[in-house]
Design a protein around this ligand. Structure first.
Ligand SMILES: [Ca+2]
Ligand SMILES: [Ca+2]
Ligand SMILES: [Ca+2]
Ligand SMILES: [Ca+2]
Length: 234
């Protein structure tokens, strides 16, 4: 009798009462997906578009102002925990303090805010510079949504800087690909998008036991000059 019922279910001719939600369904059941899994999640964090992220110059007397992301959510830039978004503008493989400061202005210009020195007044010079930066960044925003995803940011020379040793400088080993950067502990992260207009950055995080989606991180030929492969590890 039990065999007969089972056969009827899988041939689709089971009595109605046997097709209740608690009964095993004849159609394929949803399978757990390797990506994203339970160790992966997305989070949005506030951008800090005028953060003092370090020091440079003679005896480190000058402040480096950068475009940071408040990853730990305390409302201010925290060395070693928060990240700084900057672009390797001359494509020499490293991001200098000058590039950090210029990147800050370029990302800020994307939001339409040209008050780069934050004194409450937009001068003619700031306006002209802001419009030029805006045009430049628009070239990288290939889907024209006003945001930079990881690929768009990478094509602009984008790097994620994390001052892991908290010395106010960003050594080569603290400059990471936007596709793969440390997020504390053994976790890793990648940028979903940077939204300068809304002042937020969305990050995809994965825990230490999450499988590494190798295919997702392979650089395309267009990205190859940026030496992204140096930073691709799990
Ligand atoms: Ca912070
Ligand atoms: Ca550079
Ligand atoms: Ca975009
Ligand atoms: Ca450092």
């Amino acid at each position: 009798m039990a065999i007969g019922l089972s056969t009827n279910i899988y041939t689709g001719s089971a009595p109605e009462r046997l097709c209740c939600p608690t009964w095993p369904r004849p159609w394929p059941q949803p399978q757990p997906q390797p990506w994203p899994g339970p160790w992966d999640w997305n989070e949005s964090r506030e951008n800090l578009d005028n953060a003092t992220v370090g020091r440079h110059g003679f005896l480190g007397l000058e402040r480096t102002r950068g475009y940071a992301v408040d990853r730990n959510g305390d409302g201010r830039y925290t060395p070693g925990q928060d990240m700084v978004l900057a672009m390797d503008l001359n494509r020499d493989g490293r991001v200098t303090p000058d590039e950090i400061e210029k990147s800050r202005e370029m990302l800020q210009a994307m939001s339409g805010d040209f008050d780069f020195n934050h004194d409450g007044v937009v001068t003619i010079c700031e306006r002209l510079k802001g419009q030029a930066y805006q045009r430049q960044m628009r070239q990288y925003d290939t889907d024209r949504d006003g945001r930079l995803d990881a690929g768009e940011f990478a094509r602009a020379g984008g790097r994620v800087l994390i001052d892991s040793n908290r010395d106010g400088r960003f050594q080569d080993w603290e400059q990471h690909s936007p596709f793969d950067f440390p997020t504390g502990g053994f976790g890793r992260g990648s940028i979903n998008y940077i939204d300068p207009f809304c002042g937020q950055t969305s990050i995809h995080e994965r825990g230490p036991w999450s499988p590494c989606p190798w295919d997702k991180w392979k650089p395309t030929p267009f990205q190859a000059p940026m030496r992204l492969e140096r930073y691709h590890y799990c």
